[in-house]
Write a protein that binds this ligand. Structure first.
Ligand SMILES: Cc1cc2nc3c(=O)[nH]c(=O)nc-3n(C[C@H](O)[C@H](O)[C@H](O)COP(=O)(O)OP(=O)(O)OC[C@H]3O[C@@H](n4cnc5c(N)ncnc54)[C@H](O)[C@@H]3O)c2cc1C
Ligand code: FES
Length: 281
């Protein structure tokens, strides 16, 4: 159900808090904690996204990055990359923005029950996976899922997002977190190397896991190939796509891949589904 009822009409939200996620000059990422004004609650599930607008500047799609179980606020994590995101990054706590949504499908939470989940993220790719991570690690849901394994990659140590939460994910949630960067750096004691290479050293029974993958297209392509070699079935491997979008509700035709609209049939797809779609993503 869209917040406010009409999917074309944005509602106003207040920026409650801004968290600077990365400190590298090449990757400027901030998390915006938002609250709908007038008491509305944003109800969403992991994988969904919103259309986020600033009047006079423009509107962009962004995935949720906070827990869907939190009804007090929701969070969106945004990389500064162009006209609209530059303007968003200039906003301050207490400023107002406009939101439509939630839109899109969700990760298959019930299908994933009973087995482990392997999360593989590259850079900001962790943002759309965080709602799913927080959902499965929550005390009310944790027993439904098996081992939670993570391989989180970033170009440099300063490009990892949500670092302030890793202790909780590992401690209370029991997640096994592996952090990697592309090249060694002074003071870094995690792994060094690309996820598709490091994957081969993780002793998992890949056939008994679901895997969720998000990051740059090159990373997805490489990881997907290695996971297939290691025995991960394509109907247990999911990713989330970012196509150009306008309406968000399957009407404008901007986001289609073949006969599928990413805004309503996605953004979450299994690799089995993607294999039947033209390689336009
Ligand atoms: C479902 C969905 C979820 C998304 N989630 C996030 C998120 O959680 N965090 C985040 O930072 N970004 C996310 N994006 C991408 C985000 O929408 C774009 O970065 C944003 O629209 C860029 O707007 P701009 O005006 O600042 O950039 P522009 O000036 O329009 O473009 C700057 C650069 O960004 C590229 N770009 C623009 N739009 C997109 C797009 N939709 N997908 C990929 N590249 C694009 C352009 O090709 C160009 O290279 C998501 C996109 C989709 C479709
Ligand atoms: S964004 Fe309009 S159809 Fe998908």
């Amino acid at each position: 159900m869209n917040v406010g009822g009409n999917p074309y009409l944005p509602v106003r939200a207040r920026i409650e808090k801004i968290i600077q996620e990365t400190s590298s000059p090449e990757l400027d990422v901030k998390t915006y904690r938002l609250k709908i004004t007038g008491g509305g609650v944003m109800e969403f599930m992991p994988g969904q996204f919103v259309e986020f607008s600033i009047p006079g500047t423009g509107e962009c799609p962004f995935g949720f990055s906070s827990s869907p179980l939190n009804r007090d606020y929701f969070e969106i994590t945004i990389k500064r990359t162009g006209r609209v995101t530059d303007m968003i990054h200039s906003l301050k706590e207490g400023d107002f923005v406009w939101i439509r949504g939630p839109f899109g499908n969700t990760f298959p939470l019930e299908k994933m029950e009973g087995g482990g989940i392997l999360f593989i993220a590259g850079g900001l790719g962790l943002a759309p996976l965080r709602p799913l991570i927080l959902y499965v690690l929550d005390g009310a849901n944790r027993a439904k899922y098996g081992k939670i394994e993570m391989l989180l990659a970033a170009r440099t140590a300063r490009d990892h997002c949500f670092t302030y939460e890793y202790d909780d994910w590992a401690g209370n949630g029991g997640a096994n977190i592996r952090l990697t960067i592309d090249n060694s750096e002074r003071g870094w004691d995690g792994l060094v190397g690309f996820p598709h290479v490091l994957l081969r050293d993780i002793p998992l029974d890949f056939g008994n896991f679901h895997a969720v993958l998000c990051g740059p297209p090159m990373m997805i392509k490489a990881v997907r190939g290695v996971l297939a070699e290691l025995g991960m079935p394509s109907d247990r491997l999911y990713t989330t796509l970012e196509m150009r979008m306008t309406c968000g509700v399957g009407k404008c035709g901007k986001c289609n891949i073949g006969c599928r609209y990413v805004c309503v049939d996605g953004p979450v797809f299994s690799m089995e589904e993607l294999a039947d779609m033209p390689p336009e993503y």
